[in-house]
Design a binder for this molecule. Structure first.
Ligand SMILES: *Cc1c(COP(=O)(O)O)cnc(C)c1O
Length: 429
C-alpha cells in the first residue's frame, strides 16, 4: 500500500506498535481498542477540510458535508448523554478543560479541584499546569482510606470561595457522588464542572451515575472507556445564542460561553476526521452491546481486584466500583516504578501511580494503576481476569528475576493470541 511504499520507516514502526498492542496485556485504564470503523473514519479525507466555526456558521466555504458530520456527532452526543448542547471540537481532554476554564473564569479567579497525587488531573489546578498558574488553585485530597473527601471539600470551599469546582479523576476507583459535590458548589455559589473523561463509557452503560442535571458543565475525552478516537467533548444544557455573541458569565449562558471558548478562544479549525470518528464511536456506544461492554468492564475489574486482594495486595479503598484500581505496593517491598518495569518486561503494560498520602515521590511512587477497558474490548472475561491477577502477582513477586519474568511473558503471549485484534491490518503490505 501507499504507506509502506512511501515511508517504510513509519510503516515499520506502526507495525511494531500493532504487534505490541496485540501481544501484550494493555492495562492502562485510560487506553482502549477502537473499532475498525472508527479507525477508517479517523484516517479519512475529513482531515483536508478547514471549517472554523460551527455547522451552519462557518468562516469557510464548502462546509456542507462536514456540517453533516459534525451535526451527526453533536446529535448523537446529546441523545446518548441526555443533554441539549454538545461541543465535539476539543482536540483532546486537556483542550476541553482549558476551554471550560477559559469560558467561566478570569485569570486570577479561584478554582478548586482534586489534587493530582490523590487521583485528580493536572488540568484541575496542578501548580505547574496552566490551571494552577493562571488561576488561584485550591486542591482537595481524600480521606485516609482513599475516598473523595466531601467534608474537606466543603471546608475548603467555605474558606476560599472558588468560582468553579472541578470534580472528576484519573485514578479514583469508586463511584463519584455528584450530588454531594453540587451541595458544596451551591453553598458557595460556584459553577460545578464534572470531568467524566475516565468513566464516560460507564455512564453510558449505566454502571456509574451521570452528572447530567447536577453539574453545570461536563467535559470528557472520547478515547477512554467511551472507546472512540482520541478527542473530547463538552456537554451542557441550554442553547447557544445564534450568532454567538459576547455574553456575561452566568449559568444560563454556558453553551454560548463554551462554544466561544473553543473558537475563537483556544482552537482554530476543527479536526473533521476526528469528528467523523467520534460520530461513529457514539453510534456504537448507543447500541445495546455497548451496555454489555460497560457491565463487563466493571465485572472484570471486580474479578481482578478480588484475585489481587486474595494474593495479599493492598488496594486503595480496598477494591473498585468502576474500571480501575490503584495498588499500593508498600507491603510487597517494591516501588511503583520497579513494578511498572517488571510487568512491562512480562508483557503487561501498566503505569506507576501515587497513592493517597504518598510517602515516596511522584516520579517513583508507591503504587500502580490497573484497568480493564482494553482487555474487555478484546473479549476477555472474569476467567481471564483471574489468570491476569495470577500473572501480575507472579511478576511482582519475581520482579528482579528475568527468567521468571520471561516465563510470565510467554504465558501472556499464549493468552493474548486467543484474543486477536485488527486481523486485517498490516502497515507493511
Ligand atoms: C485523560 C484525562 C484528561 C485529559 O485528556 P487528554 O486527552 O490526555 O488531554 C482530562 N481529565 C481527566 C479526568 C482525564 O482522565
Amino acid at each position: 500500500m501507499h504507506l509502506s511504499k512511501n515511508d517504510p520507516e513509519v510503516a515499520s514502526a506502526l507495525n511494531h506498535e500493532l504487534a505490541r498492542q496485540q501481544d501484550g496485556l494493555e492495562m492502562i485504564p485510560s487506553e482502549n481498542y477502537v473499532s475498525e470503523a472508527v479507525l477508517e473514519a479517523l484516517g479519512s479525507i475529513g482531515t483536508n477540510k478547514y471549517s472554523e466555526g460551527y455547522p451552519g456558521v462557518r468562516y469557510y466555504g464548502g462546509c456542507e458535508w462536514v456540517d453533516v458530520i459534525e451535526n451527526l456527532a453533536r446529535d448523537r452526543a446529546k441523545a446518548l448523554f441526555g443533554v441539549t448542547h454538545a461541543n465535539v471540537q476539543p482536540a483532546s481532554g486537556c483542550a476541553a478543560n482549558i476551554a471550560t476554564l477559559f469560558a467561566l473564569l478570569n485569570p486570577g479567579d479561584t478554582l478548586m479541584g482534586m489534587n493530582l497525587f490523590y487521583g485528580g488531573h493536572m488540568t484541575h489546578g496542578l501548580p505547574v499546569n496552566f490551571s494552577g498558574r493562571y488561576y488561584k488553585s485550591v486542591q482537595y485530597t481524600s480521606t485516609p482510606d482513599g475516598y473523595m473527601d466531601f467534608d474537606q471539600m466543603m471546608a475548603l470551599a467555605r474558606e476560599h470561595k472558588p468560582k468553579l469546582i472541578i470534580v472528576g479523576a484519573t485514578a479514583y476507583p469508586r463511584i463519584i457522588d455528584w450530588k454531594k459535590a453540587r451541595v458544596v458548589a451551591d453553598e458557595v455559589g460556584a459553577f460545578l464542572m464534572a470531568d467524566i473523561s475516565h468513566i464516560a463509557g460507564l455512564i453510558v452503560s449505566g454502571d456509574h451515575p451521570s452528572p447530567v442535571g447536577i453539574a453545570d458543565v461536563i467535559t470528557t475525552t472520547t478515547h477512554k472507556t467511551l472507546r472512540g478516537p482520541r478527542g473530547a467533548m463538552i456537554l451542557c444544557n441550554g442553547n447557544p445564542s445564534t450568532p454567538l455573541k459576547k455574553v456575561e458569565v452566568a449559568r444560563e449562558n454556558i453553551p454560548t460561553l463554551i462554544d466561544r471558548a473553543i473558537i475563537p478562544g483556544i482552537q482554530g479549525g476543527p479536526h473533521n476526521h476526528q469528528t467523523a470518528a467520534i460520530a461513529v464511536a457514539l453510534k456504537e456506544a448507543a447500541m445495546p452491546s455497548f451496555k454489555e461492554y460497560g457491565h463487563q468492564i466493571v465485572k472484570n475489574a471486580k474479578a481482578l481486584s478480588s484475585r489481587l486482594v486474595d494474593r495479599g495486595f493492598d488496594l486503595v479503598t480496598g477494591g473498585t466500583d468502576n474500571h480501575l484500581m490503584v495498588v499500593n505496593l508498600t507491603n510487597k517491598g517494591i516501588s511503583g516504578k520497579q513494578a511498572e518495569a517488571a510487568l512491562g518486561r512480562a508483557g503487561i503494560t501498566v503505569n506507576k501511580n501515587t497513592v493517597p498520602f504518598e510517602p515516596r515521590s511522584p516520579f517513583d511512587p508507591s503504587g500502580i494503576r490497573l484497568g480493564t477497558p482494553a482487555l474487555t474490548s478484546r473479549g476477555m472475561k472474569e476467567t481471564e481476569m483471574e489468570i491476569v491477577g495470577e500473572l501480575i502477582a507472579r511478576a511482582i513477586t519475581s520482579w528482579n528475576d528475568d527468567a521468571k519474568l520471561d516465563e510470565v511473558e510467554s504465558e501472556v503471549r499464549e493468552m493474548t493470541e486467543k484474543f486477536p485484534i485488527y486481523k486485517d491490518i498490516n502497515y507493511e503490505n
